[in-house]
Design a protein around this ligand. Structure first.
Ligand SMILES: NC(=O)c1ccc[n+]([C@@H]2O[C@H](COP(=O)([O-])OP(=O)(O)OC[C@H]3O[C@@H](n4cnc5c(N)ncnc54)[C@H](OP(=O)(O)O)[C@@H]3O)[C@@H](O)[C@H]2O)c1
Length: 290
């Protein structure tokens, strides 16, 4: 198993004191349909995770809510005992209901339970990075986050969490959290076509805080754009490769966590994100989400 791979595009980033490859992996797609239950192909899911490690990827994104618990258990089954270089980021603050919904679970007791459950299902004594997942399925929602964030800070003081981040957060909530304790990343929805956070990304870059876009490939509805297809055709590349390469170029603090349940797609994405884009390509792509 390799450690930090010089062949992965984008190089590395430091989350607090943890070095990770900027090309990471999002595990959500490994659970069953609707991110509920086990995968149809258990062995295939384990193969994807082992390929993640073999490619030298050292940042995996997960959540106890995926499955629920399913992706954590798969990660543990495939990769435990973990290589020292591998860092697993998880999220707390949402749970699952019987319809597959994602109701918030941000009371102090919910968060304490979720942190302990993540430790147990991942087989860890300390979680490297815990994101407080805010808002709802429609996106961020305004409002104070002091109480849930302070609960996580307390768990961090107890030694159960190394670093904290926010997910699905507004810029005001990021500032509110930073006034309470340091955060190392913000994980929000962002891609070539959805660019609500342009300003926030630039601010975080100046502060040395990572921005981790979820749905980098469009999530459940893959990115589609004639401009994207035109650039991809010109470069003899796939639209997915162009979308990932664009994100790596967009800002040095962007960390990729594209999701896939396929070893072939994982390899394709790891290679494709290294595509080199000209100024002309960038100018064309820039117009998509503006
Ligand atoms: N914080 C939050 O609220 C939140 C919300 C959503 C997601 N996330 C995190 O963000 C990660 C990324 O988001 P995501 O996985 O939902 O969406 P995504 O990365 O934008 O897209 C994943 C989809 O693209 C497909 N895909 C991937 N590579 C491909 C390729 N080379 N060619 C064709 N299709 C390809 C996958 O299908 P295949 O399986 O067939 O490859 C899958 O359907 C998640 O895994 C999760 O860890 C966080």
């Amino acid at each position: 198993m390799s450690t930090l791979s010089p062949s992965l595009p984008g190089g590395t980033w430091t989350l607090g004191d943890l070095t990770v490859t900027r090309f990471g992996y999002g595990a959500m797609q490994l659970a069953g349909p609707g991110v509920m239950g086990p995968p149809a192909d258990h062995g295939g899911a384990l193969a994807v995770l082992r390929e993640v490690a073999d490619l030298g990827i050292t940042h995996i994104d997960t959540s106890g809510a995926y499955g629920p618990r399913v992706t954590n258990q798969l990660i543990r089954e495939a990769l435990h005992p973990y290589p020292q270089s591998l860092h697993i980021a998880t999220k707390v603050g949402a749970t699952r209901d019987e319809h597959g919904g994602w109701p918030p679970a941000r009371q102090p007791e919910d968060l304490r339970r979720a942190v302990h459950e993540n430790l147990e299902t991942l087989g860890l004594e300390v979680l490297d990075l815990v994101n407080l997942r805010l808002g709802d399925a429609q996106g961020p929602r305004p409002g104070s986050i002091a109480e849930p964030f302070e609960t996580l800070v307390e768990l961090q003081r107890q030694g159960l969490i190394r670093h904290l981040g926010l997910s699905n957060a507004t810029a005001e909530q990021v500032a509110e959290a930073q006034a309470i304790a340091p955060i190392v990343c913000v994980q929000n929805m962002y891609n070539l076509a959805y660019r609500q956070d342009d300003e926030l990304i630039d601010e975080l870059a100046e502060e040395g805080v990572a921005y981790v876009p979820f749905f980098p490939l469009g999530g459940f509805s893959p990115l589609q754009s004639s401009a994207l297809s035109a650039v991809a055709a010109r470069l003899d590349a796939t639209p997915m490769s162009v979308a990932l390469a664009w994100l790596l170029r967009r800002s040095p603090n962007i960390l990729l966590i594209p999701g896939t349940s396929s070893v072939a797609h994982l390899r394709e994405n790891a290679a494709g994100a290294g595509l080199s884009l000209s100024d002309e390509d960038l100018a064309e792509l820039d117009k998509i989400g503006r």
